[in-house]
Design a protein around this ligand. Structure first.
Ligand SMILES: O=c1ccn([C@@H]2O[C@H](COP(=O)(O)O)[C@@H](O)[C@H]2O)c(=O)[nH]1
Length: 235
């Protein structure tokens, strides 16, 4: 497995293993990690993880578990046993769920990073009100980030707009994995809380998740190179 210093994680949101591998084969494990989400994993199962590991990539399995503590702990263990670099759950599942998952990794001596989704980057304040959350969006993200840290997790998924405040609350080493990354050339799509790659790094994001701005670009490799150039990464 290649361990890259790049903060970039490319989201392989594709409907088939073939389509995902076609993109993976154009990418270099020295330049990025890859993210496997619900669509691809539901269609292709663990085979996709094996295929990406075989190509030298570290994999973030983004299945956002949210269930009772025993079920989530067992799912996290199953993911980690596949050797994934990172896996996640929803912080709104609560302390007992997060502690059970984090403890399971420790008990089984599994070296997978476990992070929690705070508030989805596709949501804005009005969406939180609709689901009955009366705190502001920033307060909710901060609360869930602190709860994730207290529960023994390695970091959170948040928008880059919250990265600075999470760093002051939870420390530099606490991972801030930020989707909603939009270079100036890309459309926002369904993302609400967005930031450019360079501003996200300046704000304290430790990892940038980029999907459609690369995978749906007319020339994905040019789009990736433009993001790397913006970040001052030499190709
Ligand atoms: O809050 C979240 C959590 C996860 N995601 C995932 O990240 C990528 C983003 O893809 P883009 O095409 O760059 O929008 C996608 O796989 C989401 O499932 C997120 O966007 N926000």
């Amino acid at each position: 497995m290649h361990v890259t210093e790049s903060p970039l994680i490319i989201a392989l949101d594709y409907p088939s293993l073939d389509a995902a591998l076609c993109m993976a084969d154009q990418l270099d494990p020295a330049r990025c990690r890859l993210k496997v989400g619900k669509e691809l994993f539901t269609r292709s199962g663990p085979a996709v993880i094996e295929a990406l590991h075989g190509r030298g990539f570290e994999v973030f399995l983004d299945l956002k578990f949210h269930d009772i503590p025993n079920t989530v702990a067992s799912a996290v263990e199953a993911a980690a046993e596949q050797g994934v670099w990172m896996v996640n759950l929803h912080a709104s599942g609560g302390r007992a769920m997060m502690e059970a998952a984090a403890n399971r990794l420790v008990q089984q001596r599994l070296d997978t990073r476990l992070i929690a989704v705070t508030v989805l980057t596709s949501m804005q304040s009005s969406d939180l009100v609709e689901v009955g959350v009366s705190s502001s969006l920033d307060e909710q993200v901060s609360r869930l980030a602190q709860l994730s840290k207290q529960s023994g997790l390695h970091g959170v998924v948040c928008s880059a707009q919250e990265a600075t405040s999470i760093t002051s609350l939870c420390g530099e080493d606490f991972l801030k994995v930020t989707p909603g990354i939009r270079p100036a050339f890309a459309a926002a799509n369904d993302q609400q809380r967005i930031m450019t790659p360079s501003n996200a790094i300046r704000a304290g994001s430790t990892h940038l998740v980029v999907g459609r701005p690369v995978t749906q670009a007319e020339n994905p490799m040019e789009a990736l190179a433009a993001i790397e150039a913006e970040l001052g990464i030499k190709a």
